[in-house]
Design a protein around this ligand. Sequence first.
Ligand code: NAP
Length: 321
Amino acid sequence: MSSIVFISTLARAEQQQWIALLAKLLPDESIVFPEMFSVDQAAEVDIAIVANPDPSILRNFPGLVWVQSLWAGVEALVPSIRQHNQQLEQSKRLQLVRLLDPQMAATMAEAVLAWTLYLHRNMPQYASQQRQKLWQQLPCATAQETRVTVLGAGELGQAAIKVLLQQNYKVSCWSRSEKNIAGVNNYVSVGQLPEALAQTDILINLLPLTAETKGLLNQQLLSNLPCGAKLINFSRGAVIDHPALLELLDSGQISHAVLDVFEQEPLPTDNLLWQHPQITVLPHISGPTNMNTAAQVVADNIIRYRADKVLPATVNLSRGY
Ligand code: NAP
């Protein structure tokens, strides 16, 4: 039986729930908390499963080959793994694997569709009109006339694009490398971003948070959106400059924003975003990890690795995603 270390700062009960699920799917593995290993036993461990870990614990396991995150977003882990690797020769460097779960992509795509429809069909305005007992029909473009741009065309972005196309939206996307998705206009460089935004009625952010995307959606860039455009942020709060967003909402350049992710979570009660009439605040619910399907994905990764020593797709630590 081989051993895997489970490193997390989640509540102990949640950690135990994960371990119980994983242990059922991996009967040949012993999945154990870090403090259970002697120094000699720790040296034998090659895989860590992590969820919000204290990264300093990784150093107690010098034989680690890869770290499997239980989350899809790994921006908090990347700097620690980079630092961990600094002193190590190439062949001994730790690899990071993030969660790639088709169920998560499907759930995120569902959320993208739900909140795109919410904005497209003027639901925030009708909710406000009801509060004022105001009977007023608003103009509404067809889906074919509504231009939706998805920033990020990776696991989640591509799943979102698929459902938007099925709903007949006019879809564009922006990514680092070129994509060839039928019916979708693909923009690729930072230089093309202003042009992409100028052709956008609903902008959806699904970019990972990296050195390049931090604060990317700033005043200057967002000002390229047509007057009255709408915004959905489902990836990470820090990709958006929130003070700039507030100014653009107040000026009417952006008419409504749906925000699911914030630099500080939970969003502090005194944060102005809570009260803004043109902002819908969600508590990070667009693409939750499903414990059952995630545990199966992780177990499959480990079973394949034990069989052929080939690692699952790893995070590019220098790019940060
Ligand atoms: P992914 O598969 O790594 O895709 C990232 C996409 O962003 C790729 O298309 C990539 O381009 C593009 N990209 C990254 N940096 C870029 C840059 N500088 N310029 C242009 N394009 C860039 O990630 P994912 O699985 O779709 O997840 C995206 C993010 O969603 C995660 O990092 C996480 O933060 C967030 N998330 C949120 C929730 C939630 O509940 N709110 C749940 C899960 C994940 P290439 O394809 O060319 O590489």
